[in-house]
Design a protein around this ligand. Sequence first.
Ligand SMILES: [Zn+2]
Length: 281
Amino acid sequence: MKYNFDCLYQTMMGMTYEEVEAAVKDNAVVLFPAGVVEAHGPHLPLGTDIFTALNQALEVKRHFELQGGKCVVAPPFYFGGTQAMTRQFAGTFTSSEENIIAAVSDILASLDRFGFQNVVILNAHGDSVQRNAMLKTIVESNKTLKMKSYWVEYEDDAQYMGFNGDEDYLIKIAPMQLDEAFEIEKWPEDEFDIHAAAFETALMLDICPDMVREEKLDGLKPTMLKGDDRRKWNEGNAENIALVPKAYVGDPAGYRYIRADMDKVYEAFARSLYRYFYEGK
Ligand SMILES: [Zn+2]
């Protein structure tokens, strides 16, 4: 029996040590996809964030190299952390902040030892535990390692996400053109569409359609979280599980009116990274 490991072959896992040495000599930028294994409703697989992070990394690498840059993709980091309600569901693995910091620090120290100079973390999991752990790791690693680690945000989101904008580890990406990424015929019924809902389902249908259980989508009701309910979702206490009984937040059935096409988004993303590393802006 042969299995298809194609997307892993295209990361450093498919390279030899000599090829890694050559990439270091070429001063390749490392893209490091990070996510978590987490319940994504009855219709999407637990690895959705890993698949989207890995797809993003491989697509950004492709465009970055078409523009003339050198790039490698590190093995993806699976075992992140989840504070939100999905941690109450079977299949959601969650690590503590200190364990994420320890694991990711060791990975960055390894990349530094190989001789790489720049690594960009591409994090597909927005949970607070994960973000805080990653940002702390970047700041601490940049104090001790020769290699520089970077976090990326869309320029127009940076302030809202809590950055001053002048952090030396922050790369600001040109704003994402939502209308280029998604053809939206009708907005989802619940516009607070943040987890395993219309947009993420449409995205998965674009990048790995075989993984979407379309037959499960009929009859999934929108969650309609408002005000305090959103805080309760983020806190993830079991007593409030009725707010998100099927591990999604938003309106998954709204995927029918949305078509994702991420190609232009990843091309623009790669162009911003290229400008940052090769043109110093
Ligand atoms: Zn997700």
